[in-house]
Design a protein around this ligand. Structure first.
Ligand SMILES: NC(=O)c1ccc[n+]([C@@H]2O[C@H](COP(=O)([O-])OP(=O)(O)OC[C@H]3O[C@@H](n4cnc5c(N)ncnc54)[C@H](OP(=O)(O)O)[C@@H]3O)[C@@H](O)[C@H]2O)c1
Length: 370
């Protein structure tokens, strides 16, 4: 197979606004190292982490949610030291993009040559080869190493999962980050058949994945979304849908939820409605969070937590095995992609602007070959 020497890619040059994304068409194609494969990227999904990393939102100095303006223009005076989700600072220049679907086109030393040609979907959690279960040693594709906003990317071979599916690369690239995060959240709270789960931010990448994966477990889903998206969320399988812009959200949910409470909340929104979510939990109820798009600083009444014997969980670095399960769900058609829109790589800034407007359902995709 003859490979190109140079490629199109988007390089993040530092923390800041969209101007920090620089589009190249002549970057060197990376070479796979020992135990790595080179992937021709068919499609790569956009996630909030691309924006949060660019603007430095993870810094403790930031106390507000991810806003449309902040996501486009950047945030003033962030601390460079802690402006990443992980322990270490992001190294620039960096090619972002966590959600890769494509084809293996070269194999590094130690990788069987027969892997070349495989159609793959990539687990973005890059683990320490000797200690894969040590979550403190894990890094993320597009954050701690270059990712998929490029025509080619390299990953450790164990991260490239063969996929047998009729879905397009663009459809497959909707799954990795959102759906593995959502399944991890449901594992953390051990969601069981018949239980009631409340899902705010239901139309987003993680929210729409949570709905599908909770229904897969035969749970009862109560979803919160924007007015304009309520019908779409119902069509996706939610049993009850609530408008997040109503004044009496808590009361309305109580009236619909049998017993007036829910067993679990899977939250990526946080912000000012956080206390409502905790109030709605039953005794022994479980809350899990993996994001805080409406704001990371919330009001917690400790009495609600301890008097109701609640559990609270964070969910980011997942245990080994979740991605493999996800591949099975995709291959068996148990979950479906929600591809909101595709953009050529040259339009990545426009794609992020539209993504920040939150008018869509599901995920946005970048096509590096267009
Ligand atoms: N920990 C992890 O590993 C991990 C992984 C993936 C994502 N995340 C985080 O989880 C959060 C959501 O991710 P996502 O991919 O689902 O995002 P997304 O696709 O952008 O969806 C977020 C949704 O939240 C809802 N929302 C409610 N209040 C909002 C507000 N004030 N501003 C903007 N949106 C608001 C909107 O849905 P409605 O219109 O339906 O209300 C929006 O579409 C992000 O903060 C992301 O960084 C974390």
């Amino acid at each position: 197979m003859v490979l190109a020497d140079s490629m199109k890619a988007v390089v993040l040059t530092g923390h800041g606004g969209l101007e920090k994304l620089v589009i190249h068409d002549d970057l060197s194609v990376p070479k796979p190292k020992t135990n790595e494969v080179l992937i021709e990227v068919g499609a790569c999904g956009i996630n909030n982490t691309d924006i949060n990393t660019r603007i430095g939102w993870y810094s403790k100095s930031v106390r507000s949610g991810t806003t449309t303006a902040g996501g486009a223009d950047g945030i003033d005076q962030i601390s460079e030291v802690d402006a990443t989700w992980g322990g270490s600072t992001v190294v620039f220049p960096r090619i972002q993009g966590a959600d890769v679907a494509g084809r293996i086109v070269a194999a590094g030393h130690g990788v069987p040559q027969k892997r070349v040609g495989e159609r793959v979907i990539v687990d973005p959690w890059i683990r320490d080869r000797s200690h894969p279960e040590n979550r403190s040693l894990a890094g993320y594709l597009g954050s701690e190493r270059d990712g998929g906003f490029a025509q080619y990317t390299t990953v450790p071979e164990e991260n490239a999962f063969v996929i047998k599916s009729n879905l397009s690369d663009a459809e497959l690239a909707t799954f990795p980050c959102s759906y593995s995060t959502a399944e991890h959240m449901l594992d953390r709270i051990k969601l069981q058949e018949g239980e009631k789960i409340l899902i705010p931010g239901a139309s987003g990448g993680v929210g729409s994945a949570l709905i599908q994966l909770a229904k897969r477990r035969k749970a009862q889903v109560l979803a919160i979304t924007s007015t304009s998206k309520m019908d779409m969320i119902r069509d996706l399988g939610a049993d009850h849908v609530f408008d997040r812009n109503q004044n009496d959200l808590e009361q309305n949910i109580r009236e619909v939820a049998p017993g007036g409470t829910v067993n679990a909340v899977a939250d990526v929104v946080g912000g000012s409605s956080f206390s409502i979510y905790l109030n709605l939990l039953c005794r022994g109820g479980r809350y899990v969070t993996s994001g805080a798009i409406a704001g990371p600083i919330v009001e917690l009444d400790l009495r609600t937590l301890y008097l109701k014997d609640l559990e609270m969980h964070g969910a980011t670095v997942m245990q080994v095995g979740i991605f493999e399960k996800l591949v099975g769900y995709i291959e068996h058609g148990e979950i479906r992609p929600l591809l909101a829109k595709k953009f050529p790589i040259s339009r990545i800034k426009r794609a992020q602007e539209e993504f920040l407007n939150k008018k869509h359902l599901g995920n946005f995709i970048i096509l590096p070959w267009q």
